[in-house]
Design a protein around this ligand. Structure first.
Ligand SMILES: Nc1nc2c(c(=O)[nH]1)N[C@H]1C(S)=C(S)[C@@H](COP(=O)(O)OP(=O)(O)OC[C@H]3O[C@@H](n4cnc5c(N)ncnc54)[C@H](O)[C@@H]3O)O[C@H]1N2
Ligand code: MOO
Length: 405
């Protein structure tokens, strides 16, 4: 007897519990895009390092906001004014320039009338007076934590790290991923596919999904449904941190992935998750030279492969990369069409969200790539959910899948 299929959250938790974070390396900021910080990042400087003007105009001293004033110098970005201001004096100041000592107000040039070195108010002084002043440390202070461990390094985070005085960042080594699809019916060349064959599309799809993260991805296959062919393929996986197979995960006579993994030395973690599509998912591990390799055996149906890669492979890779939050998050939207009652398996329906309402794709078969490619979300339907009316709330997961142009 087999264990019953696991609930999704339990299966995800069991997979992520297998993760041993990869070693830390320091990379140049230019190479850090999309990776995750391995340690909290502290500021090595204060930003701004002094009070700066946020506008082009004139700086004046405290209690001297009525004018007129005499312009006694200039503070430009990168060229501060050395002196301090007395009553009746102003300094020409540009955006980003350092505020002169004892200046308390910047009046924008649109509110000033100038004749030679003499200026007077033509509009209103700013209210409050410091409105156009960025105080020292507005963004962050020296030694302050600017990013937590596990933060994803997108463009804004990289800019923040540079601003905080860092040229190199601690991240986890990029995982090495081996993607291999299997099946006797698969043709490697889609332009040369015989009548009894189908083009092998899962390998390319899964590799493309993994490459959306900073991983080293290698592909082999399609591999025939034969123990020796699978053994030969797995023999190339010694260096991989993660091995992703597709196909041969079910119960048929030709579904050999589980026995092939066992013959290779892998130990089964669990098999089958109570989701549709994607039930026959395999998770296994192999200890190799003191390192743990994790195997994800994804079901062969193309949509099942995609959905399980989304719910398991990407979170696994994010966790290996050190992400603080590796799992995708669902968000609530309104249904644009009614949904039928669901069966006993939690279902991930391919659907199109037009940023107002969500409607399921017409074809929900787990082989239907056209419906998947047209979709941008998965509707998460609980097991045994009753029929739902248009306008009711549903939860969806965002697929970074194109979907709608
Ligand atoms: N008696 C049962 N039969 C099946 C069960 C079950 O519980 N009892 N589960 C079904 C479910 S659910 C799924 S999902 C599939 C998954 O089976 P496998 O992982 O063994 O996948 P295959 O049989 O190898 O292939 C299924 C399907 O997908 C096509 N395929 C496979 N690989 C690729 C590829 N790389 N590119 C494109 N298409 C691929 C393949 O041709 C088959 O049509 O099992 C059900 N059966
Ligand atoms: O669950 Mo399967 O993955 O129906 O296609």
């Amino acid at each position: 007897m087999h264990e019953p299929p696991l609930p999704l959250e339990e299966a995800q938790a069991r997979l992520l519990a297998l993760v041993e974070p990869l070693p830390i390396e320091r990379v140049d900021i230019d190479g850090a895009l999309g990776r995750y910080l391995a340690e909290p990042l502290r500021a090595r400087r204060t930003q701004p390092p002094a009070a700066l003007s946020a506008m082009d105009g004139y700086a004046v001293a405290e209690d001297d906001f009525a004018g007129p004033w005499r312009v006694v110098g200039e503070s430009a970005a990168g060229h501060p004014f050395a002196g301090s201001l007395a009553r009746g004096e102003a300094v020409r100041i540009s955006t980003g320039a350092r505020l002169p000592a004892n200046a308390a107000c910047v009046i924008v040039q649109e509110d000033i009338a100038r004749a030679d070195d003499h200026i007077s108010l033509s509009g209103e002084p700013p209210s409050p007076p410091h409105k156009h002043i960025r105080p020292c440390g507005l963004d962050f202070h020296m030694d302050e934590q600017v990013l937590p461990a596990g933060a994803r390094l997108g463009p804004a985070q990289l800019a923040l790290a540079i601003s905080a005085g860092h040229r190199h960042l601690p991240v986890r080594r990029a995982p090495r991923v081996l993607v291999m699809d299997s099946g006797d019916e698969l043709a490697a060349d889609p332009e040369n596919c015989r009548e009894h064959q189908v083009p092998a599309s899962n390998g390319a799809m899964l590799a493309a999904m993994a490459r959306g993260l900073p991983c080293e991805v290698q592909r082999i296959g399609p591999v025939p449904d034969a123990m020796d062919a699978l053994a030969e393929a797995l023999a190339q996986a010694d260096d991989a941190d993660v091995i992703v197979t597709s196909g041969g995960a079910s119960v048929g006579d030709h579904d050999l992935v589980k026995p092939a993994l066992e013959a290779w030395g892998a130990e089964l973690g669990f098999w089958r998750v109570a989701i549709k599509p994607g039930k026959p998912l395999i998770v296994a591990t192999r200890e190799k030279s003191g390192r743990r390799q994790i195997v994800l055996g994804l079901p062969g149906n193309p949509v099942s492969s995609h959905v399980t890669a989304y719910l398991f492979m990407l979170p696994l890779l994010r966790a290996l990369l050190g992400a603080a939050h590796p799992l995708p998050q669902a968000f609530p939207v309104r249904l644009g069409a009614p949904l039928p009652a669901n069966g006993g398996r939690r279902t991930f329906m391919r659907a199109i969200w037009d940023f107002d309402t969500v409607s399921p794709a017409a074809v929900q078969d787990s082989s239907a790539l056209a419906a998947l490619a047209a979709s941008n979300v998965l509707i998460d339907r609980p097991a045994n959910a009753p029929a739902a009316e248009a306008g009711a709330q549903a939860h969806v997961f965002w697929l970074e899948n194109g979907g709608i142009a």
